[in-house]
Ligand binder design. Structure first.
Ligand code: ADP
Length: 159
């Protein structure tokens, strides 16, 4: 049985993240989405909220579960018993960052494989930070996130 982890800050989960989780669920026996508990960036949603939003978005995927984690992603993978770390790739900028992180992770955990799924064309431009920027400026992002996430965003931005 091959278990994979899909780590990220998911602030909040978007259709792009969900697409990667869905595709990973078709490739691996079990996918554990890991929501960073303490990422080094300012977040809109609490860890509990981010876990809840992703769990609801992925509720139809039977072999996907969502948990919070802290510390190194390679340690999270090892503790979970996962041999694979899944990441999504949108652009060349993503690639540069992921390439470096991949190399660093390999030095720490040679037994953990990292698998990169290229973003669907429809989500290439989609990032959680851009979504929040659009919301802050009064735009709508309903077509880019699950309905309950759109509602949660509207509540945060008091709309
Ligand atoms: P980070 O892990 O850097 O905090 P995110 O939480 O936004 O970034 O994303 C988690 C993972 O999902 C990363 O591998 C990221 O590249 C991927 N991802 C983000 N947005 C998309 C998208 N629109 N399509 C595919 N993959 C994405």
């Amino acid at each position: 049985m091959t278990k994979a982890v899909y780590p990220g800050s998911f602030d909040p989960v978007t259709n792009g993240h969900l697409d990667i989780a869905t595709r990973a669920a078709a490739l691996f026996d079990e996918v554990v989405v890991g929501v960073y508990d303490t990422p080094a960036k300012s977040l809109l949603f609490t860890t509990k909220e981010r876990v809840g939003l992703f769990a609801r978005a992925a509720s139809a995927l039977e072999n996907v579960k969502v948990v919070a984690y802290t510390g190194l992603t390679v340690d999270f993978a090892r503790h979970t018993g996962a041999k694979v770390i899944v990441r999504g790739l949108r652009s060349a900028t993503d690639f540069e960052r992921e390439f470096e992180m991949n190399m660093m992770n390999k030095t720490m955990a040679p037994g953990v494989e990292q698998v990169f799924l290229v973003s669907d064309l429809a989500y290439q431009f989609l990032s959680a930070s851009l979504l929040k920027e659009v919301m802050a400026l009064g735009g709508t992002v309903d077509h880019l996130v699950p309905e309950h996430v759109a509602e949660a965003l509207r509540r945060k931005f008091r709309r």
